[in-house]
Write a protein that binds this ligand. Sequence first.
Ligand SMILES: Cc1cc2nc3c(=O)[nH]c(=O)nc-3n(C[C@H](O)[C@H](O)[C@H](O)COP(=O)(O)O)c2cc1C
Length: 345
Amino acid sequence: MIKKFFQSTNNPEAAFARFVLDEEKCNGCGACVAACPMQILMVADGKAAPNQRYDHFRCITCQNCVATCPNKAIVIEGDYRVGAGFWKNTHLFENGKTLPAPIRSRAGEPFEQIEGQLTETERVIYKRRSIRLYKKKPVERDLVERVIEAGRFAPSAGNNQPWKFIAITNKQVIDEINDKCKRSLRKGTFIMMPHAYLDKKTPGDPNAKLNWWQNMVMALLCRIKTGDVEPRARGGINTVTSDPDYHIFFNAPVLIILLADKRGIGSIQLDTGICGQNMVLAAHALGLGTCWVSLVRGLGFYPAFRRQLGIDDQFEIISSLTLGWPKMQIDNVVAREQARIQWVE
Ligand SMILES: Cc1cc2nc3c(=O)[nH]c(=O)nc-3n(C[C@H](O)[C@H](O)[C@H](O)COP(=O)(O)O)c2cc1C
C-alpha cells in the first residue's frame, strides 16, 4: 500500500507520441521548432529532429508542428499512454485519435471535402490552433476591444459576469511578467524535477530519478495539486524554466490576463473560461492568433506587482491569452482523442 502511494510520481509504462519526419519533404525551415510549445524539436543538419535535451518528457500531441509544416513533412504517431500507476490512462482512451468528423455519415473523408458544408463557427472551432508565432505588428486597440467584447457576452452562472480583463500592450511590462512567472515556476522545479534536469549544463537524462524526499513530496502533491504536477505539465515547466530565452508569452504584442471576482456566484473559474473561449474564437474569426497561457498564474507570488497591474486581492488570476497577428499560416485541422461518450437512451 505504501509502495503504491509512492509510485504515484513515477510513470511506469508511459509511452509518448513519436515524431516521424519525411526527410525528403522537410526543407529545414524550422517552423515546427518555433511552433512546438514543449520545445522538443530542433533543426539538425538542415532537417527537423527531436531535441534530445528534453527527451524524457515528450510530446503533448498538440500537433502544432504538423499544422505549421508548409510541406506536410511531419506525422505524429501514437499517443501519450500510461499503462499503470497513478497516471494510468490506457483504459480511458482505447480508440486512438481521429480528425474532425462532424458529419457522421461522411466520417473518414478528408476534412477539405466536408468543409464546405460546415458553418463558419464550426470551421473556426476545428481549424483554430494555438498561435505561438507572432508578427511584431501591433494590434489596434479597436480590435483588442472587439475581442474582449465577445467575452463580455459569454454565459455565466446567475449572469454574474465575474470576469475582469487586464489588457497589456506595453512590451516592457509583458517582459517583466514573463520574468516573474519564470522565476516562480523555477522554484517549483526544485521539488518536481530530477537533479539532472535542473543543471542547465546537463542534457536531460531519460533515466534520471527524483531523490527520496522529492518522491515523498510528489506523492502528496499528486493528490492535492494533481493537474500542476502531471508528468507532461512538469516537462513543460522544465522546458520553460531551463531555457533563458523562452518567452512564456511568445513575444506577443498583446497579453490579456483573465481575472475572476471571488465574490461571484457559483463557479467563477468556469464562467471566466467560457468568456475566454468566446474571445479566442472571435479573434480567430478576425484572423488574429491567440494562445491560452495559464503559466501566468505564477504572478500569484508577487502581490505588490499584481496590485500595480490592477489585480486587487478580490480577484483570482484564472489564465491569460496572448493575442497578435500570426507570423504564418498555422490554423489547420489536427487529430484528437475520440470523445468518451456514455449513451443513456
Ligand atoms: C487553460 C489552458 C491553459 C493553457 N496554458 C498554456 C501555457 O501556459 N502555455 C502554452 O504554451 N500553452 C498553453 N495552453 C495551450 C495548449 O497547450 C493547447 O491548447 C493544446 O496543446 C491544444 O493545442 P491547440 O490549442 O493548438 O488545439 C493552454 C490551454 C488551455 C486551454
